[in-house]
Design a protein. Structure first.
Length: 381
């Protein structure tokens, strides 16, 4: 129990609920980090290597992400320790949400994260017989399938364009590397190409595909629909590099959109891109951020760059019990506006304050959370 207690600080977490089920072997955790600005809202993931500390860390990111885009929900995250490819996947998922029936949806509403899909959101609703239990459900169920629509990746690309414009240029003709070609990465690549960028490398667990002359993004998207992560092998052009090598190829913009902690100080010292846009959660740590800043590389922090998903989730939360679906055009317009505005605000603040962009973004989010905590009497006077 002492391990969980060490996770707690002035911000939270307010609640850590660990659950298990002997019949299915399910083990999982819900972390509600801070609800000063609203009820807990964040994605739910499934991973065989899941830890409580990992979920708590991601719940804190959600606290700052909601505050960063100035929308009124609190940070939370849920996780199930299981292989997403398990034949018992559905039974494990159902056991998990049953065990949390006291918390869902009164204190926490599930969303989608690593290892889970729109259908899993539908399963959560079905198991608890409550349309309000999860968001991100399929279109045919009246939901906002923001992973299917690629809302988060779209927002990452909008943030990248805003960062380029802040630096006095644009994405037109810029060379871009996208690490990860999953739900976020492939949508980011599609929007980046629409904005005129040249995608020179993408990667999956099977390797990194690199062509300095540019990859055919439309072809990659078609192949991904057929071959999944094997798209980099099936493309038939360019050069296949080891996973991680894509972070260091010559480019103007780097979009790490795969896993956390992929850019350490050593990698940061060798990144060749002038702009890094964090599509994944926590792809850099403080040491790497300091190295990038010292080298004059502009970084758009994760809870700014990939917050398009939470903007879409805000619309989906409002529509949970409605007979009407959220309107995608309105969602995309709001995502674009929020990503561009927030990116400009954070980059300008970092320059004015002489801090890293992560420090500037964190200060902005913490100020908003602290103000809510003070108004609600949650801080010691």
């Amino acid at each position: 129990m002492s391990d969980v207690l060490t996770l707690m600080d002035e911000w939270g977490p307010e609640r850590v609920v660990c659950v298990s089920d002997s019949r299915t072997g399910m083990r999982g955790v819900l972390v509600i980090d801070n609800t000063a600005r609203g009820m807990g809202k964040g994605g739910m993931r499934m991973s065989a290597s899941l830890t409580v500390a990992e979920v708590a860390r991601l719940a804190r990111v959600m606290t700052y992400k909601w505050a960063g885009v100035d929308l009124f929900f609190g940070g939370a995250k849920a996780g199930i320790m299981a292989d997403p490819g398990s034949p018992d996947r559905e039974a494990i998922l159902r056991a998990f949400v049953r065990a949390l029936s006291q918390e869902i949806p009164r204190q926490y509403v599930a969303g989608l994260d690593m290892g889970l899909t729109e259908r899993d959101a539908a399963i959560v609703q079905d198991e608890l017989a409550d349309r309000g239990a999860a968001v991100g459900t399929p279109h045919v169920l009246g939901g906002m399938p923001y992973d299917e629509l690629g809302v988060t990746g779209y927002g990452v690309a909008e943030a990248a364009d805003a960062a380029a414009r802040h630096a006095g240029s644009s994405l037109r003709g810029a060379r871009v590397v996208v690490q990860g070609f999953g739900a976020v990465g492939h949508a980011a690549a599609r929007r980046l190409a629409e904005l005129g960028a040249t995608v020179v490398a993408v990667s999956t667990v099977h390797g990194a595909l690199h062509d300095p002359e540019g990859l055919d993004v439309d072809r990659l998207l078609d192949l991904r629909a057929e071959a999944g992560d094997a798209v980099v092998k099936e493309y038939g052009g360019g050069r296949l590099l080891d996973v991680g090598a894509e972070l260091l190829v010559p480019a103007d913009v780097l979009v790490p959109a795969a896993l956390q902690d992929v850019i350490d100080a050593d990698v940061a010292a060798n990144v060749q891109a002038g702009i890094v846009v964090e599509g994944a959660n926590l792809p850099t740590g403080p040491a790497a951020q300091r190295v990038l800043a010292a080298r004059g590389i502009t970084v758009v922090p994760d809870f700014v760059a990939n917050a398009g998903g939470v903007v879409a989730a805000g619309f989906a939360m409002d529509a949970r019990y409605s007979a009407f679906r959220p309107e995608p055009d309105a969602v995309f317009a709001a995502v674009s506006a929020k990503m561009r505005e927030n990116t400009g605000t954070v980059l300008a603040a970092a320059r004015a304050q002489g801090t890293t962009t992560h420090q500037a973004a964190l200060a902005l989010a913490q100020d908003r959370v602290r103000a809510a905590m003070e108004l609600k009497g949650r801080l010691r006077r």
